[in-house]
Design a protein around this ligand. Structure first.
Ligand code: KG4
Ligand code: ZN
Length: 348
């Protein structure tokens, strides 16, 4: 099978070609960061329009770089949710129209399933079952994964997602959107032991998270440290960033170890934008080494939003008979709980 993947749920337009025999043939991504920067966050209407502008040129480039003709496609996968309604609709209508002209099926993919399966694109993919830590801009979830579509949520954030906490704290530190990577870069110059942030909800049983208090803790620190100035010194800002980052990483690590023990598994997959964070990877790696567990993650460019993960997840679902060329309705789901996905037959 040759599957085209299309990601357009937020501020990245990502396309990819996945071949069942040869693996990933090509992928490209266009980031709207410059477009949204002046607004300090994603403006949904601008995002939709930019996806509409970029999809066709990216598609042309993708086929040219893979040396493939679009008539060779056997299926199309697009992100059907969760995400921004308009942005999703642009990708979905594009995918459905192209599939219709080619007489092939188009399957709607759950964005978080895409993230969750992205480490399968690496040279040493994780085997089922495993625990997945999904950490993105909108989600923080621990999931027991028995197979594709066989997901049981073990815990999730009761307020801000991990990425959201990074982005909001970055704003307090006067950093540009996208906050997560910028905060991580600032934290590299900081001393993570100077300010000790709380490790929220680790002092009680359970696998839920709460990150909004860390942002408040950072706000109070900044107010206390700045004196008469608008902001604390650059070194203090870096120390606050480092303290915050370590608190997020250690809190996630404590809950991951707990989740692995609860379901008696030793493989941990981390996915989503925040899984690109170097401190998180280091802290989780050390935590798993202590218990003889293994950590799996996608390469950096496949941690954040991309078309490759959608092509891959779509291939798994199409191979199991997840869509037919007769289904023409354009359907998207801005809100879509992961556990509502149907399981697929693993032998497919
Ligand atoms: O998965 P993703 O690209 O989009 C969503 O599905 O939300 O995740 C984006 C989130 C943003 O909150 C971004 O700030 C965060 O991931 N992020 C990071 C890093 N790279 C991206 N957070 C911390 N450290 C990073 N290196
Ligand atoms: Zn994402």
């Amino acid at each position: 099978m040759l599957v085209l993947g299309i990601e357009s749920s937020c501020d990245e337009t990502g396309l990819a070609l996945y071949c069942s025999e040869r693996g990933l043939l090509a992928h490209n991504i266009y980031s709207q960061v410059k477009l949204h920067k002046a607004f300090g966050g994603v403006v949904p209407e601008l995002a939709s329009r930019d996806h509409a502008r970029k999809l066709l040129p990216l598609l042309g480039e993708l086929f040219a770089s893979a040396g493939v003709d679009q008539r060779e496609l056997t299926g199309i996968a697009y992100t059907a949710g969760p995400g921004l309604m308009g942005a999703l609709l642009v990708g979905a209508s594009f995918a459905k129209s192209l599939a219709w002209t080619l007489g092939i099926p188009a399957v709607g993919v759950h964005h978080m399933e895409g993230h969750l399966l992205a480490p399968m694109l690496e040279a040493q993919p994780p085997a089922f079952p495993f625990v997945a830590l999904l950490v993105s801009g909108g989600h923080t979830q621990l999931v027991a994964v028995e197979g594709v579509g066989r997901y049981q949520t073990l815990g999730e954030s009761v307020d801000d997602a991990a990425g959201e906490a990074f982005d909001k704290t970055a704003k307090l530190l006067d950093l540009d959107y996208p906050g997560g990577p910028n905060l991580a870069a600032l934290a590299e110059r900081g001393d993570s032991r100077r300010f000790v942030f709380p490790r929220p909800m680790t002092d009680r049983p359970g696998l839920d998270f709460s990150f909004s208090g860390l942002k408040t803790f950072a706000r109070n620190l900044i107010a206390a440290e700045r004196g008469e100035q608008p902001l604390p010194s650059p070194q203090t800002m870096a120390d606050i960033a480092a303290g915050f980052e370590l608190a997020v990483a250690e809190t996630l690590a404590i809950k991951c170890r707990r989740a692995l023990a609860q379901v008696a598994m030793e493989r941990l997959v981390i996915a989503g934008g925040v899984s690109a964070n170097a401190t998180l990877r280091r802290v989780l790696g050390a935590a798993l080494e202590k218990i003889g567990g293994q950590l799996y993650c996608a390469r950096h460019e496949f941690c954040t939003d991309n078309g490759a993960m959608i092509a891959y997840a779509g291939w798994r679902r199409l191979a199991a008979g997840g869509a037919s060329a007769e289904q023409l309705a354009v359907e998207v789901r801005p809100r879509w709980p992961l556990d509502e996905l149907p399981p697929i037959n693993e032998s497919a």
